[in-house]
Design a protein around this ligand. Structure first.
Ligand SMILES: O=C1O[C@H]([C@@H](O)CO)C(O)=C1O
Length: 598
């Protein structure tokens, strides 16, 4: 039977050394990463969050949880709720609506990149059984992230800068596996885990090997990676002859990643809490905001193996992260070989091949075939008053001082944000996506608006979104963007190269076995089509999950089913700030929330 899982969290700054270098991070209950939440599908999760940071507000987003009937618990600052002020406590209550691999993270400023995240695992039940539930003996959990030595306040100030004061965050220093990484040392392989003895580099890098990895190892000044330190590599102990479900989620700030387990095949069974038709691969690509479960058979020689995680899609300056898969019967602590290489960062074709294999498992609901609304979203990088921003249909997102949900609930939308102008459903079809914005024909040139307007979507509407990628500011550059939708899963109907042409491309979309997901990649110079049903009244963010890109305005706001908002008991303490405090008459009585019935 569903139960209530109660957690009490104190969020505070902590000194921590995630990659052996001491930093200030945002921790939960004194630790980084935050505690893993585990629940059964249907359980009510109740997290009493106290903000002990005192110098900044706080919200926590439960990534992949749909928040059915509880839009105020989605944890998006200025969208679904007011930031929790320093010293204050807010209780998130929501139903873990279905089994899957999820995570939670800060969604205010760049708090995610400051280390505010952790795993959220929802187990299947008899009522909601995962179709592969009987195919594994044990579970392993891997939460991937990346880490910058520059603090997020400096990062944000750079991104907000004007003219020559604008500064890009660059590549992260370290990749982390379950919050652990090794700065500037392609690894821990230099040290013995138990004794902390320095090992001979030559055993791993032959004399004369000038590869970046070996150069890094030789130069490294890393602290001891012995057991017990905060940056010791993660060791997954496994029994031979079993099948494990390896859960992998990525909450990176920037990096797209590849995960390779030395000597083992991986069978993908879950993506973002949805079952996919199983397929076997040597390694997986994972973009920020995505999660997967893979089945791994411990059918190899009983020894220790590397798990290697490397950067994809951007020219990496970041060494691979390494963890160890160790058979309980292994005679040695350490893998014998050099860590396996992950695929070349610029091999996009390989990433597409992996992504296109993801299809719904039989039994997955199919999308409705009648579409009520189509929104084309052109993704561009633009100069706005000497600032570099990202824009969707020439609008760059700027959040209001009043959470949209509160503005709607208290009927102050016209003063709280630009409620009069709708976000545009399309863009000039003459726009040449192979060229930078300033090289466009005059007709396709458009001023980029800095705006807090929304897409108003009526309850029950079936919405198609086609994300259209384009060239960035620099000629010849187009990047990958993982787009994440709050409050929903959507069907991924298809991907294509170049410009989406409705008459040609719409009929090729897959409506028979499209996977359900909450995050999807938009590949360089291409398009991605998805469909969702607006059946969950709330104000939902839909945005690029790259933290600095969201900060630069790469997102839109969907005000969904606002005509039914009065049916929900939006708690006053969630949304009473900004203009909402001046509202004379709330649209609905501001009562305490009745906990959603699981
Ligand atoms: O948003 C970005 O800005 C930089 C670059 O385009 C401008 O310096 C980069 O690589 C991004 O992804």
């Amino acid at each position: 039977a569903p139960t209530t899982r109660r957690f009490k969290w104190d969020v505070e700054y902590i000194m921590w050394a995630p990659d052996c270098q001491q930093s200030v991070m945002i921790g939960i209950n004194g630790k980084f990463p935050g505690p893993t939440i585990e629940a059964n599908a249907g359980d009510l999760i109740s997290v009493e969050v106290t903000n002990s940071m005192h110098t900044e507000g706080l919200v926590i987003h439960w990534h992949g949880i749909r928040q059915i009937g509880t839009p105020w618990a989605d944890g998006t600052a200025a969208i679904s709720q007011c930031p929790i002020n320093g010293g204050e406590t807010f209780t998130y209550e929501f139903v873990a609506d279905k089994p899957g691999t999820f995570f939670y993270h800060g969604h205010y400023g760049m708090q995610r990149a400051a280390g505010l995240y952790g795993s959220l695992i929802v187990n299947g039940t008899d009522q909601q059984k995962e179709p592969y539930a009987d195919e594994y003996d044990g579970e392993l959990n891997m939460l991937l992230s990346d880490w910058y030595h520059e603090n997020v306040y400096a990062q944000a100030a750079g991104l907000d800068g004007k003219g020559k004061h604008w500064e890009w965050v660059g590549e992260p220093q370290t990749l982390l596996i379950n919050g652990r990484g090794q700065f500037d040392c392609s690894l821990a392989i230099e040290r013995d885990r138990k004794t902390c003895d320095r090992r001979k580099t030559d055993a791993y890098c032959k004399e004369g090997d000038k590869s970046e990895r070996c150069e890094l190892i030789r130069r490294s000044e890393c602290g001891p990676f012995c057991e017990g330190t905060q940056c010791a590599p993660v060791v997954f102990d496994v029994e031979p002859g079993k099948t494990y479900r390896l859960r992998i989620a990525s909450t990176t700030s920037l990096s797209a990643l590849n995960v390779h387990v030395e000597g083992h095949k991986l069978t993908v069974v879950e993506a973002d809490g949805n079952s996919v038709a199983p397929f076997e691969v040597d390694d997986i690509d994972i973009y920020s905001g995505e999660s997967y479960s893979v089945l791994l058979k411990t059918d190899q020689r009983p020894q220790a193996y590397w798990i290697s995680v490397g950067v994809r899609g951007r020219k990496p300056k970041t060494p691979n992260a390494l963890a160890i898969l160790k058979y309980t019967t292994s005679k040695s602590e350490w893998p014998a070989a050099v860590p396996p290489a992950t695929p070349a960062w610029d091999n996009v074709t390989r990433s597409k091949e992996f992504t296109y294999k993801i299809k719904a498992r039989e039994g997955t609901p199919r999308p409705p075939t009648t579409v009520d609304r189509r929104i084309l979203m052109l993704n561009t990088q633009n100069y706005v008053d000497e600032h570099i921003k990202w824009a969707i249909n020439h609008v760059t997102l700027s959040l209001p001082n009043t959470p949209y949900l509160g503005a709607y609930f208290y009927g102050v939308e016209s003063v709280a944000f630009d409620a009069a102008t709708e976000s545009p459903d399309t863009f000039d079809r003459g726009y040449d996506i192979k060229k930078p914005p300033e090289a466009q024909a005059p007709a396709a040139q458009a001023e980029t608006a800095v705006s807090n307007r929304v897409y108003k979507v009526a309850n029950g509407t079936v919405v198609d979104v086609v994300l259209q990628n384009a060239n960035a500011l620099e000629a010849g550059v187009s990047e990958s963007h993982p787009w994440h939708l709050h409050g929903h899963d959507f069907w991924v109907l298809g991907y294509g190269e170049g410009m989406y042409e409705h008459d040609r491309d719409f009929k090729k979309l897959d409506v028979t076995s499209p996977p359900l997901r909450n995050t999807v990649v938009l590949f360089p110079n291409g398009w991605t089509a998805l469909r969702f049903v607006a059946d969950n009244p709330g104000v939902w963010a839909f945005h690029c999950h790259i933290e600095p890109h969201l900060h630069l305005g790469m997102g839109v706001i969907i005000a969904e089913g606002m005509e039914r908002l009065h049916e929900l008991n939006v708690p006053k303490e969630a949304v009473m700030c900004g203009q909402a405090t001046r509202a004379a008459v709330p649209l609905a009585p501001a009562t305490s929330p009745s906990p959603p019935s699981p």
